[in-house]
Design a protein around this ligand. Structure first.
Ligand code: ATP
Ligand code: MG
Length: 398
């Protein structure tokens, strides 16, 4: 009979069925990846509570218990790297009737012109096929809704995932942020300025699974503390729902004073950048970070010409990753808005790089030119003094 007559409709989704992307991952790597993702999901939902989370055949099922609502939890999971999509689902017995009933209940209040049933059986061993699910459930949904079946571009898709001991049914699927689980990609030292670009660059590397060590250079006490506070605020935002990370703030003012008095003005910015890289290399080494991350985009400012980028890179022992290198400013701005750092970044702050910035900085340099200019400075001593003044802080996921 038609399940409409069972009187057991309006089943509310009580499971979040999570799909991750990057299906190329196999074997041992896949298991590590999944375990890491489950751990990160726990952190994002609130590690202070016990969550029922299962890994099931390439999916992760989070049980939504009493006192929690699906929407709030989905909101928390939307920033979790590695999640491709989230489907609020109903779990039923792996029986055709039960699946049909769940499907009818989920589409009951929806208006849709066309639909498709997409059934999968990641764990074999049922007495019915995916096709049988499609036929039976499809017929029932068609009858109840009056909508037509459209397998190529349906307005609504009912997903069915059948396993040996349970089946999941869902009618909504929300996009996750994608990427790879936080921490699965090793540690990187992110140079975070408080400007628009570097938060986006950090976010992109975090999205690819890198665990960040944040480094911020400031000119306090020669300027206000505004840039430090801002970097802090941005980092806290980036770390929402993520495993905690460290922020190191480096006093840069003394070093800048030496540069300002010791070398021609047009070289200032290049020296600032080279010293930042030297200091960041030391901090990366001490903290076991394998690369630096900067927000440079080719041609955006004088220090970001190809030759100046190589001159900066020349003092680094580890790779400098520049995830924004080929992006337009507007594209970066759009992304900053999407990830929520833009409004923070445009607040005024005493940026240490605009501190006594010359009118005409050099656009073409070689490492040799700079080495010549730096001869007058005791680089090692300057680097060590800055390192001595560093402050560290753990940024907990809010
Ligand atoms: P942003 O918008 O990130 O400030 P920018 O366009 O102002 O970048 P630059 O000033 O040339 O460009 O800085 C290039 C990169 O160097 C930044 O994206 C950032 O990664 C790093 N950087 C610059 N200033 C600082 C700082 N005060 N602390 C840490 N990193 C910095
Ligand atoms: Mg800047």
């Amino acid at each position: 009979g038609n399940s409409l007559s069972t009187g057991n409709l309006r089943m509310k989704p009580h499971i979040l069925l999570i799909h991750y992307g990057e299906l190329a991952l196999k074997g041992k790597n896949r298991e590590l990846f999944e375990k890491r993702l489950v751990e990160n999901i726990r952190i994002a939902l609130g590690a202070d509570r016990d969550w029922d989370i299962k890994r099931l055949y390439g999916r992760i099922a989070v049980h939504v218990d009493e006192g929690n609502d699906v929407e709030t939890l989905v909101g928390k999971l939307r920033n979790v790297f590695g999640i491709a999509n989230i489907a609020p689902a109903v779990e039923v017995k792996p029986k055709l009737d039960a699946i049909e009933e769940a499907a009818l209940s989920l589409v009951e209040n929806k208006v849709f012109e066309s639909f498709a049933i997409r059934a999968r059986r990641p764990e074999k061993g049922q007495s019915f096929s995916s096709q049988e699910i499609g036929t039976k459930v499809g017929a029932a949904v068609q009858k109840a809704s009056g909508s037509k079946v459209d397998l190529t571009s349906p307005a609504l898709t009912v997903g069915v995932v059948v396993m040996k001991r349970r089946a999941f049914v869902y009618a909504d699927q929300l996009k996750g942020v994608g990427g790879l689980p936080a921490g699965s990609g090793g540690k990187v030292a992110c140079l975070i300025s408080g400007g628009i670009d570097s938060p986006v660059a950090c976010w992109r590397m975090m999205k690819r699974g890198c665990h960040p060590l944040f480094i911020h250079f400031h000119s306090a006490p020669f300027t206000s503390n505004a840039s430090k506070e801002k970097a802090h605020e941005i980092v806290e935002h980036l770390m929402r729902g993520q495993p905690s990370a460290k922020l190191i703030t480096v006093p840069f003012g003394e070093l800048q004073k030496k540069i300002i008095t010791g070398v021609p003005a047009k070289y200032r910015i290049m020296l600032y950048r080279r010293f930042m890289i030297r200091i960041a290399n030391e901090l990366a080494r001490k903290n076991d970070a394998k690369a630096l991350v900067s927000g440079e985009a080719l041609g955006q400012v004088a220090s970001q010409t190809l030759s100046n980028l190589s001159t900066i890179e020349d003092v680094s022992e580890i790779p400098i990753l520049r995830p924004l290198i080929g992006m337009d400013k507007q594209e970066i701005v759009d992304e900053a808005k999407r990830i929520g750092t833009f409004t923070m970044s445009i607040e005024p702050h005493d940026d240490c790089c605009s501190f006594l910035m010359p009118k005409n900085p050099v656009t073409r340099t070689t490492p040799k030119d700079l080495a010549h200019v730096e001869k007058h400075l005791n680089c090692e001593e300057l680097v060590n003094a800055a390192l001595d003044g560093c402050e560290e802080e753990a940024i907990k996921s809010a």
